[in-house]
Design a protein around this ligand. Structure first.
Ligand code: G1P
Length: 293
């Protein structure tokens, strides 16, 4: 084991692309089928051996606290009604009180700022950062793939991105790569397409050495006038090192409506109890569209 036990989940984004839903529902609580986005992220962290969860929120803790805490009344009802499957499903969403913490980020000052707030709770060991908007469909959960390859320097997930979208990402500058592990000589947040140092964009999974906190401390705002995690990692490359990790899996940007719809479709087609009905419904819809064209 690598000793990575803690994960930070920055969940302070406003989710404006999902307004008006996000007027009263936190973005990370939007469901893919029947599990909220945050549950996918927590499950992926658990599969990588993580047992301490740190949520950086904008609105305080109430929504997530209600979600991860026990709902004894509902549990009792399901138990009394003999609904064992539902009860088990419900219980899998519970986190033990002592395993999770909340930090409030009062103003949206960027991903780097959100991570910097976790310094005291993280302490002196390497830790993970998971962006729940990035949902990854993979045979082996991506964070576990990364933990298995972690060597002690910073590690970030990467994937090839079409050039017309590269400027939405942090982009890595690869010195040399062997297989999935790319040794990096630089990173730049949201470069113009013709300035991008490679076609590999950063995806929201990071394993970070705690030296990142010194870099974040006092870091000037970067792209979008926000404190960027990418800039802090770039500043630490010489001292600590950083590799990209070209993971196996398919990533969906669930911060966008199109990515969210695609993820919903892919995850529904994965579910044995939904697959057949959903497939024939999709076929019928496609036929109707072709007939109308
Ligand atoms: C953040 C990171 C960026 C990364 C992206 C992946 O950007 O700053 O480097 O490529 O997540 O989702 P955001 O999408 O929050 O602007």
């Amino acid at each position: 084991m690598t000793g990575i036990r803690k994960a930070v989940f920055p969940v302070a984004g406003l989710g404006t692309r999902f307004l008006p839903a996000t007027k009263s529902v936190a973005k990370e609580m939007l469901p893919l089928i029947d599990r909220p986005l945050i549950q996918y992220a927590v499950d992926e962290a658990r599969a990588a051996g993580i047992d301490e969860f740190i949520f950086v929120t904008s609105t305080g803790q109430s929504v997530l606290e209600a979600y991860f805490g026990r709902n004894s009344g509902l549990e009792r009802k399901l138990k009394d009604g003999g609904k064992t499957n539902l009860l088990n499903r419900l219980r899998r969403s519970n986190l033990d009180d002592e395993t999770y913490n909340f930090i409030q980020q009062d103003s949206p000052r960027g991903l780097g700022h959100a991570v910097s707030l976790a310094r005291d709770l993280v302490g002196d060991d390497p830790f993970a950062v998971i962006l729940p908007d990035d949902v990854i469909h993979a045979r082996r959960p991506v964070l576990a793939q990364m933990v298995q390859n972690f060597q002690g320097s910073h590690m970030i997930a990467t994937e090839a991105v079409p050039s017309d979208r590269i400027s939405d990402y942090g982009v890595v500058d690869i010195a040399h790569g062997t297989g999935q592990v790319q040794h990096l000589k630089g990173l730049v947040e949201k470069p113009a397409a013709d300035q991008a140092p490679s076609e590999f964009g950063i995806v929201g999974r990071y394993l970070l050495h705690p030296s990142i906190f010194d870099q974040l401390d006092g870091l000037a705002p970067g792209a979008g006038n926000e404190i960027q995690l990418t800039d802090a990692i770039a500043a630490d490359i010489e001292a600590t090192g950083c590799c990209g990790f070209a993971f196996q899996g398919e990533r969906f940007d669930c911060g966008s409506v199109a990515g969210y719809l695609e993820a919903t479709t892919v995850f529904a087609l994965e579910r044995a109890e939904l697959r057949d009905g959903f497939k024939s419904m999709l076929r019928q819809r496609m036929n109707l569209l072709s007939a109308a064209a």
